[in-house]
Design a binder for this molecule. Structure first.
Ligand SMILES: NC(=O)c1ccc[n+]([C@@H]2O[C@H](COP(=O)([O-])OP(=O)(O)OC[C@H]3O[C@@H](n4cnc5c(N)ncnc54)[C@H](O)[C@@H]3O)[C@@H](O)[C@H]2O)c1
Ligand SMILES: CC(C)[C@H](C(=O)O)[C@@H](O)C(=O)O
Ligand SMILES: [Mg+2]
Length: 359
């Protein structure tokens, strides 16, 4: 089993060190090979996704990814910006199905900014389409406005688009995931305004005909954003497009206590996957040793489950994370009174100790 380890930038290197430590103390044989990605790769090789990094990711059974980005790269031409690395990996590996589970662990009920009764026991799954939408639609660019009230003025434009097969395959993923859970899917769109998302709604409805045992509900994204904080436990599987999924998953992260708790899996049709926390490189706390490594450690657990066929090891990691939270250990982002504040490394060490204690 070969795992590509791509730490990236900012807290990416700090959280990845803890996840690698956790993987290393399982009784499994992995080959782990590390490569630079994002700003780190740009500094070393002049490109955020160098050919050798992409080749490693393609050849591996799974990719564990930290995070990329830093404000200092914001002035670079877009193809050279760190974020292009993660977008390029998703597109090149055809990782169209992004699973972002938002689970509120019992011990963290009080870490959320929402009232405990709203989030206690929350377990929802956002399924985000990851290789289409306005993220990748062409054409895009800047030009002099060709017409309208501001003709001749500078303007910028992007293209939102989805093809039928792209919507069909993510809808199948959502309905199949719902069959293993509570048999209901909420499809989030903006069909009242956007043609792309009226089409999304039509195609999801058509695919639903093959899943009569699963309940389907449609909702506009603005309302969904509201329902997520009003009554999130009413929701179970949410399927949506690339951009809405990006936004709603950060919102859902706060229901779990912190974005530092939200893992993710991005899968292609062959179940090859890239696993990463849903957060970014957090330049504001990078280098301070305070980042929460649990989203990355939980992403490693998802990797064991989905790409490496190691369900037992995945469950061991998840149980170790719960044990550490039950011991009262907290990084700053999930700290609340009466718990013990620890740094990134201490949190990783505690997960390793909890794994060893399992025998
Ligand atoms: N997949 C990725 O690599 C990815 C994802 C999101 C953002 N980014 C990039 O990261 C950079 C920073 O973006 P941003 O600030 O908007 O989002 P961010 O997710 O990096 O940070 C948002 C806030 O959450 C906090 N935070 C994030 N992860 C944390 C953790 N593990 N523990 C504790 N606190 C945590 C940060 O300190 C910050 O206050 C940008 O360059 C952005 O493009 C990359
Ligand atoms: C860094 C950025 C390209 C990325 C996205 O928008 O998909 C991030 O926000 C995420 O959620 O993984
Ligand atoms: Mg995001």
């Amino acid at each position: 089993m070969k795992i590509a380890i791509l730490p990236g930038d900012g807290i990416g290197t700090e959280i990845m060190a803890e996840a690698v430590k956790v993987l290393g103390c399982l009784d499994l044989r992995f080959e782990m090979e590390e490569a630079k990605v994002g700003g780190a790769a740009y500094e070393a090789h002049g490109h955020p996704l160098p050919p050798a990094t992409l080749a490693l990711a393609k050849a591996a059974d799974a990719v564990l990814f930290g995070a990329v980005g830093d404000w200092k790269y914001d002035k670079l031409d877009r193809p050279l910006r760190p974020e292009q690395a993660i977008l390029g990996l998703r597109k090149n590996l055809e990782l169209f199905a992004n699973f972002r589970p938002a689970i509120c662990y019992e011990e963290l009920t009080h870490a959320s900014t929402l009232k405990p009764e709203i989030v206690a026991g929350l377990d929802l799954l956002i399924i985000r389409e990851l290789t289409g939408d306005i993220y990748f639609g062409q054409p895009r660019g800047r030009r002099a406005s060709p017409d309208g009230a501001f003709a001749g003025a500078d303007e910028a434009f992007d293209t939102m688009r989805y093809s039928r097969p792209e919507i069909e395959r993510i809808a199948h993923v959502a309905f199949q995931a719902a069959r293993k859970r509570n048999k209901k899917v909420l499809s989030v769109d903006k069909a009242n305004v956007l043609e792309t998302f009226q089409f999304w709604r039509d195609v999801v409805t058509e695919v639903h005909a093959q899943y009569p045992d699963v309940a389907l509900e449609h909702m506009y994204v603005d309302n969904a954003a509201m329902q997520l904080v009003k009554d999130p436990k009413r929701l179970d599987v949410i399927v949506t497009g690339n951009m809405f999924g990006d936004i709603l998953s950060d919102e859902a992260a706060m229901l779990t206590g912190s974005i530092g708790m939200l893992p993710s899996a991005s899968l292609n049709a062959k179940n090859q996957g890239l696993y990463e926390p849903s957060h970014g490189s957090a330049p504001d706390i990078a280098g301070k040793g305070v980042a929460n490594p649990l989203a990355t450690i939980l992403s490693a657990a998802m990797m064991l489950r989905f790409s490496l066929n190691q369900e037992a090891a995945a469950q061991r990691i998840e149980a170790a994370v719960k044990a550490v939270l039950a011991q009262g250990l907290r990084t700053g982002d999930i700290y609340s009174e009466g718990t013990r504040k620890v740094g990134t490394r201490e949190m990783g060490d505690a997960v390793v100790a909890a794994l060893k204690a399992q025998g």
